[in-house]
Design a binder for this molecule. Structure first.
Ligand code: 4AZ
Length: 186
């Protein structure tokens, strides 16, 4: 996360992390993930495959709580939260402490005009600022973009996917979770 702050313990209790165990036993962070039930985690397809079934059943605690799945699409202008252990600047390695930042949802037409050489599909959601400065980055992908409803309940609206890292007119591109509601729930 670029342009964010450290999260406090238990603030984002659905945040997951995929680690690779190297041949020498080192734990190497690969991607973020989001807990959506006692058995299932959502991540980005380029991390592994999108829906991961856990080997066991997770016991919820104050620090382990799933994010809700959205029941409606999110509107442009809504302020949401991105979290992860990814880079805090362009081309640096992942960090040890979870970080958070808030970013507004952009409309896809605006986002497409900035990403002129890439396709922005209706299954994408863009979030960030025209000037950049606040964004997800390398190592955050697969992790959540959550938005609170008016009773402060958090819904998973995006899965961190691709983009620049906090650069001018290159907002973060996320998977629009509301477009995958049927696939996730069946
Ligand atoms: C990455 O490389 C990455 N700002 C993830 C998200 C974004 C850029 C890069 C979006 O994992």
């Amino acid at each position: 996360i670029v342009g964010g702050v450290q999260a406090s313990a238990g603030e984002w209790p659905w945040q997951g992390l995929f680690l690779k165990i190297s041949a020498l036993g080192a734990r190497i962070p690969i991607c973020g993930a989001t807990l959506i039930s006692q058995k299932w985690v959502l991540t980005a397809a380029h991390c592994t495959v999108g829906l991961i079934k856990l080997a066991g059943v997770v016991t919820y605690t104050d620090y382990i709580i799933p994010a809700c799945l959205p029941t409606a699409d999110i509107s442009a202008g809504e302020l949401c939260w991105i979290t992860g252990w990814g880079s805090t600047e362009v081309s640096t390695d992942a960090r040890n402490i979870l970080r958070e930042a808030s970013v507004p949802v952009l409309n896809n037409t605006q986002c497409s005009s900035w990403y002129s050489t890439f396709n922005i599909f209706s299954t994408n959601l863009c979030a960030g600022y025209q000037a950049g400065g606040v964004d997800s980055c390398q190592g955050d992908s697969g992790g959540p973009l959550v938005c609170a409803d008016n009773s402060s309940k958090f819904y998973l609206h995006g899965i961190t996917s691709w983009g620049g890292c906090a650069e001018l007119e290159q907002p973060g591109v996320y998977t629009r979770v509301s477009e995958y509601q049927n696939w996730i729930s069946t």
